[in-house]
Design a protein around this ligand. Structure first.
Ligand code: C5P
Length: 403
């Protein structure tokens, strides 16, 4: 899936050592389907050459407002009119100061002044330059002018110091730009998600678990963030990274067993939407051994199981009230081997939830693709096979309409 398909992005590069990462950023934007037009300041060309950027984007790079190849000599107007967004990465302290004051003494700054499209800056500079009151004033002024700042991050800097001012990684900038274009249909909403499997210990080295990569739950977390929600993700054991974008808007609790997931969920029940995506083990081991169970010839150990709490059922039960609208809006998931519609709808009614999502197809485990069957009180409808992130975005749109 290409999340920036048909988007025209002007990628501005100003003079900073992080400019070497702009080459990677241009590639990532293009991989997402964007058409990328690079504009470089004079200082930027000391760090990376226009030829590099031209080779990567397949388009001549603009470096001067005095370029005679533009018929009407109005590169600043032509480029900004055509763009869906101007993204400047890296944005140096000098460039931020200029734009914040409305100065326009080269092509890139002139373009920023003569634009009617959004402007996003990824600051990159030494920590003292970032901390300087003048730069902080620039940042505040830019924000109040409606400019978006992506980062900076804190960490090791090219100058050998450590602190705030590092440019975000190209993948993070790309994710944030993708998120920028998504509709903010969940702004101000709190979303709780369980994802991944649970693991029920038999002894310190063995256990039983369910098949689940966590990818669908994490895709929903990302789609909810993109839609402007505040997300709390409760994850069973899985290798997935927390979505990078809007880091301040997501918290994550890692759990192992179903009982831990139940406790963490009940603690966070005060939310607007609950997506129960986790493949929770229905049974745990009654008395997990404290030490590794030794093999005794051919004799197999006898394991006693106990039923785990049904997290989704308990959340749904706890929110029912006659006088007020139930909150959170609960969405369950169902993976069935036969009769998906029948079993999933039975499950929806039994748990007393408004919506359940059936995973269609046997190959969904671990895959980036899935196919969904959405069942609610009005009936069922399929969402055709697509990447899990695309499905998650469609699901978020459906749920946003319900609340
Ligand atoms: O009951 P069943 O496992 O078939 O239902 C699946 C749905 O219920 C999923 O949304 C899953 O996350 C949730 N569930 C739960 N707690 C359990 C078992 C399932 O929240 N113990």
């Amino acid at each position: 899936m290409q999340s920036l398909l048909n988007k025209k992005i002007v990628l501005g590069i100003s003079g900073g050592i992080a400019a070497y990462k702009s080459a990677e950023l241009a590639r990532l934007l293009m991989q997402e389907g964007a058409s990328v037009q690079v504009v470089m300041t004079e200082a930027a060309q000391q760090f990376v050459t226009p030829v590099t950027m031209q080779a990567l984007t397949g388009k001549p790079v603009f470096t001067s407002q005095w370029d005679s190849s533009i018929p009407n000599n109005m590169a600043h107007i032509e480029l900004s009119r055509a763009a869906d967004a101007i993204l400047i990465a890296p944005a140096s302290a000098d460039l931020m100061a200029k734009i914040s004051l409305g100065l326009a003494d080269d092509l890139l700054t002139t373009l920023c002044l003569a634009r009617d499209c959004p402007l996003l800056l990824a600051p990159a500079m030494n920590r003292q330059m970032w901390d300087h009151p003048a730069t902080q004033r620039s940042a505040q002024r830019l924000l109040s002018d409606g400019v978006s700042l992506l980062g900076p991050a804190s960490g090791f800097q090219a100058c050998g110091e450590t602190g705030m001012g590092r440019m975000l990684e190209p993948a993070e900038i790309c994710e944030q730009l993708v998120a920028f274009f998504q509709k903010k249909i969940l702004l101000g909403k709190r979303v709780l998600i369980t994802a991944g499997p649970t693991f029920e210990a038999i002894d310190p080295v063995r256990g039983i678990t369910n098949r689940s990569s966590g990818k669908m739950g994490f895709a929903i977390a990302r789609a909810a963030l993109e839609a402007g929600a505040q997300v709390h993700l409760i994850a069973g054991p899985c290798e997935l990274e927390t979505p990078l974008l809007a880091a301040g808007n997501i918290t994550r609790t890692n759990v192992v067993s179903a009982r831990e997931m139940h406790a963490a969920t009940m603690n966070s029940i005060d939310c607007d939407i609950f997506f129960a995506v986790a493949a929770v083990a229905d049974w745990g081991i009654a008395k997990p051994a404290k030490e590794k169970i030794k093999r005794q010839g051919k004799q197999a150990p006898h394991l006693e199981f106990v039923a785990n709490p049904d997290i989704l059922l308990d959340v749904a039960k706890s929110v029912k009230s006659k006088n007020s609208k139930p909150r959170p809006y609960c969405v369950g998931f169902a993976a069935e081997s036969t009769d998906l519609t029948k079993h999933a709808d039975e499950k929806r009614r039994r748990k007393g939830i408004p919506m359940i999502v059936g995973n269609i197809g046997p190959d969904t485990f671990g895959s980036d693709l899935n196919q969904l069957l959405i069942i609610d009180e009005s009936g069922s409808k399929k969402i055709a096979q697509a990447e899990k992130l695309e499905l998650a975005r469609k699901l978020i749109q459906l749920v946003a309409k319900k609340i």
